[in-house]
Write a protein of this length. Structure first.
Length: 383
């Protein structure tokens, strides 16, 4: 899948038709990305799109139409998925701080809750009137994603139950009247493009499930492997090898014959990233003490990821040929933190149009849109 969802002519047409800054999403690319992944997965692997990556209603409808389930992490995301009118059983609800109204809504919608600790279990038990199956989110003792900051390593975590605390929690859970633990959830990778590493993590999760099954007699209908499938953010980054990944999951299922349930994958970035572009024009360019700056119409109010991760989105100067020089991309906000990256671009002047690729995931919805009260950019769905 290319880094940019639209060619230069389409970028220019979108900018002229809708004004800038704006986000544009390609329905064709979103569908292609979803089906490319779905088509390599074994039958017993279910895809649940992580709504947090991009909750745009048209994107949710697109994935729902292709058979997606959904991973939600707030009442707002549950509302958006409820609006799709899906049958029960297609939605999951994760998050380390679930409040009463959120759990009530999840119960009413027939959503499968990823219980992150005793409070989720007890609160659900108090709200439920019949049997409720939940997955237990475990914070594992292994860290196979090399200390990825988003995952947080094996240290203290706000997420899930520490692996070593699981026996005590299960003993306590025996007193619950309605809630039954029927699944495991582990989220242990982020933006991982190496199929072998993802598979090693998933294998470790299935090993953990096996230990819990053997030691405590837990019967897992589901093992939820979380998200974390990576996408390239630069031309030199290789994409995830889908054929290897799909085959590896089949091999994993074969290697764990004790597990007869369903595997769940919850990718957000992988499914939504490639379909989106952020379009913004250069407001002015300047040279400061030897550094070339381009100051854009939007910055971290629209794309926060470069500040959070230190990695720029791929960017092209629309309609400008080759010719590259180091350029610092700054936004219009009154803070030196408002940077979209140090990139290589042709010489830029006011009015030039830049297109940022892979901006369909963790783009506008992760931005600091309220900061400095600039207008919120439109999001255009290109069917
Ligand atoms: C529980 C859960 N599932 C899925 C995801 C999606 O992750 P990604 O976009 O890296 O695939 C996240 C991201 O934070 C998450 O917290």
């Amino acid at each position: 899948m290319p880094l940019f969802a639209f060619d230069d002519a389409t970028c220019r047409a979108l900018a002229e038709a809708h004004g800038t800054p704006c986000f544009a999403y390609s329905a064709a690319v979103a569908a292609e990305q979803f089906t490319a992944l779905r088509d390599v997965l074994p039958r017993r692997v279910r895809l649940a799109y992580a709504v947090k990556a991009n909750p745009h209603p048209a994107l949710l409808r697109c994935f729902a139409g292709l058979g997606a389930s959904f991973d939600c992490a707030s009442i707002g995301e549950l509302d958006r998925v409820e609006a799709l009118g899906l049958p029960p059983g297609r939605t999951f609800f994760a998050g380390p701080g679930k409040r009463g109204p959120e759990l009530s809504k999840a119960l009413a919608m027939g959503v499968r809750v990823q219980a992150e600790g005793w409070e989720d279990l007890a609160r659900l038990d108090a709200l439920a009137t019949g049997e409720v199956a939940v997955n237990l989110r475990v914070h594992p003792a292994f860290d196979l994603d090399e200390g990825n900051r988003i995952i947080g390593g094996t240290g203290p975590s706000a997420f899930g139950v520490d692996e070593e605390e699981v026996p005590a929690l299960l003993a306590r859970a025996a007193s619950l009247r309605h809630v039954r633990i029927r699944g495991l959830h582990v989220f242990a990778a982020s933006n991982q493009r190496d199929a072998a590493k993802l598979l090693a993590i998933h294998d470790a999760v299935l090993d953990l499930a096996k230990r819990l099954h053997q030691a405590h007699g837990l019967v897992f209908e589901q093992v939820d492997l979380g998200g974390g499938l990576g996408i390239p953010y630069a031309p030199e980054e290789a994409p995830l090898d889908l054929a290897t990944f799909g085959q590896g999951l089949s091999d994993l299922l074969a290697a764990h014959p004790w597990f007869t349930g369903e595997l769940i994958l919850e990718p957000g970035r992988f499914l939504a990233g490639p379909c989106g572009l952020y379009l913004a024009r250069v407001v002015r360019s300047k040279e400061s003490r030897g550094t070339r700056f381009a100051i854009l119409e939007g910055g971290i109010n629209h794309l926060l990821r470069p500040l959070l991760t230190g990695q720029a989105f791929p960017v092209k100067a629309v309609g400008k040929g080759p010719g590259e020089g180091p350029t610092t991309l700054a936004g219009p906000l009154c803070t030196s933190l408002d940077r979209l990256g140090e990139v290589r671009l042709p010489a830029l002047e006011a009015g030039d149009l830049l297109a940022f690729g892979q901006a369909g995931a963790y783009g506008l919805n992760e931005g600091m849109t309220h900061f400095l009260s600039h207008p919120v950019p439109p999001e255009i769905w290109v069917a």
